[in-house]
Design a protein around this ligand. Structure first.
Ligand code: MRU
Length: 343
């Protein structure tokens, strides 16, 4: 079995990833033939977005088995998992996907067709992701009124998943159900996922989109130009606190102040049942050049000190609802999340 979407292609012996660093100007694929190349692609953000990172790592794990040469296979696969896990710390889907692959590995370690078994699991995960996003879209579309303008942050679209997207999946599903929707996309400094990726994929689909700078959102809300905020998530704690791209927290505060619903759209696999509150979510710190430079050009004086947390945490009290494939979760979040997870 094979897989081919815009974001990724699995041919049976390599994984091709759309190089998201080069969008929107160049559409080019990077071919990963080893698990190390896959780890590099995740770390360097050739591929990004929580669900896409998870599925990519799963294919990396499959390639890791093929990279095995001698010695203990079990030790080798532990090392493969470690290499893939050490790439990005915040999106829990990465660890969720690797744990799922490892479980299948241990259950079938003596089987001759172990490669096919692991490959099938990664493919299953990839196809499931598309189905899950469509279900998130369907559940979320019911919350969106005809004629709405939706603000989104970062890119939680087809590019951040195997296909269709989570937050952008809600927008797509609302439109497929006949509603007229307009999108405001935050440019999302410093990495510009909004300006470069969200705008690119929505324009390709013919969806009306305006790019705005991050600091415009508050004013546009105050002027009554935004009806709902819909964002994705990288990790959701048991109490509903949500880690997502830096800037999400500010939007949630602004939305509360302006009485605008703030929705998080994410698969259940983004909920981390081992984490009680947002305080415990590890936040990735990325390199200073992402802040001191824009489009390859330096914009701040050389030698300046830099902070660059890639994510922030929005506390549950600022979230109207979490839209998952299993339904819309509303407060009290802890109680309702536990119900959905069955824990
Ligand atoms: O640093 P990135 O681009 O991987 O961050 C992506 C986000 O924050 C997304 O909103 C999140 O992963 C959800 S993607 C469906």
């Amino acid at each position: 079995m094979k897989l081919k979407t815009k974001t990724m292609e699995w041919s049976g012996d390599s994984l091709k990833l759309l190089d998201q660093r080069k969008l929107p100007f160049i559409e080019e694929y990077v071919e990963c033939k080893t698990h190390e190349e896959v780890a590099h692609a995740i770390k360097e953000m050739i591929v990004r977005g929580a669900p896409a990172i998870g599925v990519t790592a799963a294919f990396g794990y499959v390639l890791g088995l093929r990279d095995y040469k001698t010695g203990s296979l079990t030790d080798w696969m532990k090392q493969v998992k470690e290499t893939l896990a050490r790439t990005r710390p915040t999106a829990v889907n990465l660890f969720w996907a690797l744990n799922r692959m490892e479980k299948v590995f241990f259950e079938n370690v003596d089987r001759e067709n172990l490669f096919e078994i692991l490959e099938n699991e990664a493919l299953k995960m990839a196809y499931e992701d598309i189905e899950v996003n469509k279900a998130i879209g369907k559940n979320g579309a019911q919350l969106i009124k005809d004629g709405s303008t939706i603000l989104t942050h970062c890119n939680a679209g087809a590019l951040a998943t195997v296909d269709y997207g989570t937050a952008l999946g809600v927008i797509r599903a609302a439109m497929e159900s006949g509603k007229r929707i307009r999108v405001f996309a935050d440019e999302t400094r410093p990495y510009l996922q909004g300006a470069r990726l969200t705008v690119w994929e929505l324009m390709k689909d013919g969806i009306e989109v305006y790019v705005i700078t991050d600091n415009m959102a508050g004013w546009l809300m105050k002027k009554g130009l935004i009806d709902a905020v819909v964002v994705g998530a990288d990790r959701i704690a048991l109490n509903g606190d949500t880690a997502n791209k830096i800037g999400t927290y500010s939007l949630a505060v602004l939305a509360k102040r302006n009485n605008i619903p703030f929705y998080v759209a994410a698969p259940v696999s983004t909920i981390d049942p081992t984490i009680k509150s947002g305080e415990e979510i590890p936040i990735e710190e990325r390199r200073p050049e992402e802040v001191t430079h824009c489009g390859g050009n330096r914009i701040a004086p050389e030698g300046v000190k830099v902070l660059n947390p890639a994510f922030d945490v929005t506390e549950n009290t600022l979230i109207t609802a979490i839209i998952t494939e299993k339904g819309v979760i509303r407060p009290p979040f802890e109680e309702n999340i536990k119900k959905i997870l069955g824990v």
